[in-house]
Design a protein. Structure first.
Length: 455
């Protein structure tokens, strides 16, 4: 039997690994990847002689899939140091407050340090407003602005969501981005403050929130491919997918391949194009998912450069530099401060650029992008030292936007796919953009294909 995995990012690599384990060495597995290398947004580069992730840099350790897969593959894990995150809000940098759910406060005091007096009063008044009613799905930003006012969203919620989705609260749906909050409201929580308070632990957990692989998350994909032993076609975008009497026919620019089953682990627009002629209902649903572009500017600063004591800083979209210009970056990660295994040699810093609908500095060439990011870093930290090495990694259309109705869209796509034997979906466009969620979708896709082939 022959299975094609279309897409060579972490979702495709996990699917290939799971398929090999289930089908054995007798099965043929081929990964088709449009770009020149596997890994997708798990990409580790050499910056100043050090290995640094220039895509995803960590995964949520409180979800089990990432840590469990690393253990299965025999990979060591590292967790962040105790350095705290900060946020640039209202023209100053302050510690990122605890006691919130993605910036939604469980009490007014939790967010007092990042808000003006008037905004603090608005947040304190939310619990006394008429009970929240949510009919179906709504834009998270609209709901929060109606209840708390603009400042909480602009100064805290948007910077936090921008780090996950490269999009702001106004374009993201409540049920896909904060499902626990939506469930609490469905159960009758009278206010957003009460709903958040019921979800925030009384005592902070001592378990690490994030984890990574010290040699870089790209190592995770390398190890998966070693175990899966697939045939690999890089630089081979799939241009067409057609059903045969038993199985599928897949076309690239250079070959036509007949296969028994296929896993689509590609971004939503690519999946939409391939499914248009075979599962139009799924193609239509996936076609409604929009994407955001971003870039990472990774810098190796001279040894001895003094970083702030924090792990990084988030930057609100409305924040301005002292010269009145908007910040090009949406966040900085002080990697050498955040990760103990990077606290040697050059001082490593990542600047993240790009928000959905506001590409801004992404339109500039690499040299200008680096200049703007360095100016932002100097404004925030006083660091003006010239980097000894810089890597610019652009992710065009790299992050799906979970807009209002996203849960329904995905349900429609998966319902349609379920009617078609030998076909499965995986990837960040479905049930979460993080590494653990991608692992979960890929594992489910491989199980679906296995159940079809092994009967």
């Amino acid at each position: 039997m022959h299975v094609a995995v279309v897409g060579g990012g972490v979702s495709g690599a996990v699917a290939a690994h799971r398929l090999r384990a289930a089908l054995g060495d007798g099965a043929a597995i081929t990964i088709f990847e449009a770009s020149g290398e596997l890994g997708g947004k798990l990409h580790t580069a050499e910056v100043g002689g050090a290995r640094l992730d220039v895509g995803a840099e960590a995964f949520l350790a409180r979800r089990p899939e990432g840590a469990a897969l690393a253990a299965e593959l025999g990979l060591e894990l590292a967790h962040p140091t105790g350095a705290r995150s900060t946020v640039r809000a209202g023209g100053r940098v302050t510690r990122l407050p605890g006691g919130t759910l993605m910036g939604i406060p469980g009490s007014p005091d939790a967010v007092a340090d990042v808000l003006s007096p008037a905004a603090r009063e608005r947040v304190a008044a939310e619990a006394g407003l008429p009970p929240v009613t949510v009919d179906g799905d709504v834009a998270l930003g609209g709901l929060l602005r109606e209840r708390f006012g603009d400042e909480l969203v602009d100064r805290l919620v948007d910077p936090l969501l921008g780090g996950v989705y490269a999009g702001g609260a106004d374009g993201l749906g409540l049920r896909a981005t904060v499902p626990a909050l939506a469930a609490a409201l469905d159960r009758g929580a009278p206010s957003l403050t009460a709903a958040a308070a019921g979800l925030i632990p009384a005592a902070p957990s001592t378990a690490p929130v994030f984890g990574t692989v010290p040699d870089g998350l790209g190592t995770l994909v390398d190890r998966l491919v070693e175990r899966a032993k697939p045939q690999v076609r890089t630089g081979a975008p799939v241009t067409a997918l057609r059903r045969r009497e038993s199985g599928w026919r897949l076309e690239t620019a250079s070959e036509t391949v007949d296969i028994d089953a296929v896993v689509l682990a590609v971004p939503a627009p690519a999946a939409r194009k391939l499914l248009g002629g075979v599962v139009p209902a799924a193609a239509s649903a996936l076609g409604e998912i929009e994407l955001a572009s971003m870039a990472v500017v990774a810098m190796a600063l001279p040894p001895g450069t003094e970083l702030p004591q924090s792990s990084g800083v988030l930057i609100g979209a409305g924040e301005r530099r002292s010269d009145g210009a908007p910040f090009a970056a949406k966040a900085f990660t002080f990697s050498s401060r955040k990760w103990a295994h990077l606290d040697a040699g050059p001082v490593l810093v990542r600047g993240s650029v790009g928000r959905f609908g506001e590409p801004g500095a992404l339109h500039r060439d690499d040299d200008e992008l680096v200049r703007l990011v360095r100016a932002d870093l100097a404004e925030l930290t006083g660091i003006t030292a010239a980097p000894v090495d810089v890597v610019v990694q652009r992710w065009g259309g790299g992050l799906p936007q979970y807009g209002p109705g996203h849960v329904d869209r995905v349900e429609r796509a998966e319902r349609a796919i379920a009617e078609v034997p030998g076909l499965a979906l995986a990837g960040a466009a479905l049930h979460g953009v993080g590494v653990p969620a991608c692992i979960a979708t890929a594992t489910a896709a491989a199980a679906r294909i296995t159940s079809h082939l092994v009967r």
